[in-house]
Write a protein that binds this ligand. Structure first.
Ligand SMILES: *Cc1c(COP(=O)(O)O)cnc(C)c1O
Length: 400
């Protein structure tokens, strides 16, 4: 097991995390709260450690999608607000969330009634945010339902309605009209509530893209994930922050041989060596996320042409567009089809390379296996190793 950890790991630069937090703060007014989104294992960086770093650097509000993610942050010692984006549908889980002081999302009358029932039964306070759907079509209440939820919950002194929020469908798109429409709907709901004497202190609708593009939509809280993880959202932005990607997927060469010109590489012989070369094997394959892409619908016609051009060039084996790894500061191409857990690298003859040399591999962070060891780096040195609990799957054999 230890050997495995030595051959493949994820390096996270803690200094970059701090840098990205400062970059986000530079666009944030003092009275606007930062809600740091740590869902999906903090976008692949390790939620517990990233949460701790942000907490130590003054972040007081976090958000995740599911209860187990929130409890994981509590176990990591984060004593700040942690909010759930998705509703909880079981009474037991709701009780667990409330006992752990997790801030809840109420997105329907059903959710509201359940929180009402559970808080009364266990005599405990709960803090909630109401989710309004203004056009994403995911969860959320409409204007009338929002009013009804407030009327149910107002009668319950255990419940504190701290926030109200919505989520935008295309905050990164060039056209602003749909986002502005969603914003107008949201503000109308807020206004209706205020006219009925219901003032909810925290109002939020901005994710990273909306935060960058629409300063007037910051309201008094913003929910930021992508920017903190060191990336700009996909799309055109006038504001660009000096972000640093903290994530590196590292591996080592586990085999190195010299093969003659004309040798085929990999399944289906999709690549043939043009000259004698060194062929290295790395223990990383598509099972680890290598060469897997997340495909998005093109953002416009130009974007569509770019994608088509990229595929054509890739098909023609234009090197720059092929998958490449970095060894000792130089890039070398991945050749042939990527295997399930292995891949082949072509390195010219005469280059000084050895078995065991470190290889940086372009695996997308959200696709990288969550179970890999995460090594946290500060000033270029490892400070902490987070040897992830390995999940054991019990496969029940089907009985006849
Ligand atoms: C993921 C998510 C965010 C954060 O979005 P980024 O674009 O990554 O900043 C904010 N709000 C909700 C409801 C989300 O699901």
């Amino acid at each position: 097991m230890q050997q495995l950890a030595n051959d493949r790991w994820i390096e996270i630069d803690i200094d970059a995390v701090k840098n990205n937090l400062d970059a986000v703060k530079s666009l944030l007014d003092d009275q606007v709260r930062l809600i740091a989104v740590l869902k999906a294992d903090a976008y692949g960086h390790g939620a517990a450690e990233i949460g701790r770093q942000l907490f130590q650097n003054g972040v007081e509000f976090f958000a995740v999608t599911f209860l187990e993610e929130a409890l994981n942050l509590r176990q990591a010692g984060i004593r700040a607000s942690i909010m759930l984006f998705s509703p909880i549908i079981s009474e037991d889980q709701l009780e667990e969330a409330i006992t752990n002081h997790i801030t809840l999302t109420v997105s329907s009358i059903y959710d509201g009634q359940l929180v009402d029932k559970v808080t009364r039964r266990i005599n405990s306070n709960a803090t909630i945010h109401i989710k309004v759907d203004t056009g994403l079509g995911r969860f959320g209440a409409n204007k009338e339902e929002t009013m009804e939820i407030c009327n149910i919950l107002r009668e319950n002194s255990y419940i504190y309605i701290e926030g109200i929020y919505t989520h935008m469908a295309e905050g990164a798109a060039d056209k602003a009209s749909y986002t502005e429409m969603q914003f107008a709907r949201f503000m109308e709901t807020v206004k209706d509530l205020e006219q009925a004497g219901i003032n909810i202190p925290v109002k939020h609708c901005a994710n990273s893209a909306v935060f960058l593009k629409y300063p007037h939509m910051h309201l008094n809280a913003v929910r930021i994930g992508t920017l903190l993880s060191g990336q700009h959202p996909v799309g055109q932005f006038t504001h660009h922050l000096p972000l640093v990607d903290p994530f590196k997927f590292k591996s080592r060469i586990i085999s190195l041989r010299t093969l003659e010109a004309g040798s085929y590489l990999g399944y289906y012989r999709t690549y043939r060596l043009k000259q004698k070369a060194q062929v290295a094997v790395i223990p990383v394959g598509y099972n680890d996320g290598l060469a897997l892409g997340v495909s998005n619908r093109p953002l416009g016609f130009v974007d569509f042409l770019k994608i088509v051009a990229k595929y054509i060039l890739k098909y023609m084996n234009v090197a720059r567009l092929n998958l490449a790894v970095t060894i000792k500061g130089h890039t070398y191409p991945v050749r042939g089809k990527v295997f399930m857990q292995l891949a082949l690298i072509e390195i010219p003859e005469g280059v000084d390379i050895q078995v065991g040399d470190e290889v940086e591999v372009p695996v997308k962070k959200t696709l990288a296996a969550k179970s890999l060891v995460h090594v946290y780096m500060k000033d270029g040195k490892p400070v902490k190793i987070d040897d992830r609990e390995r999940t054991t799957y019990i496969v029940e054999e089907a009985n006849e």
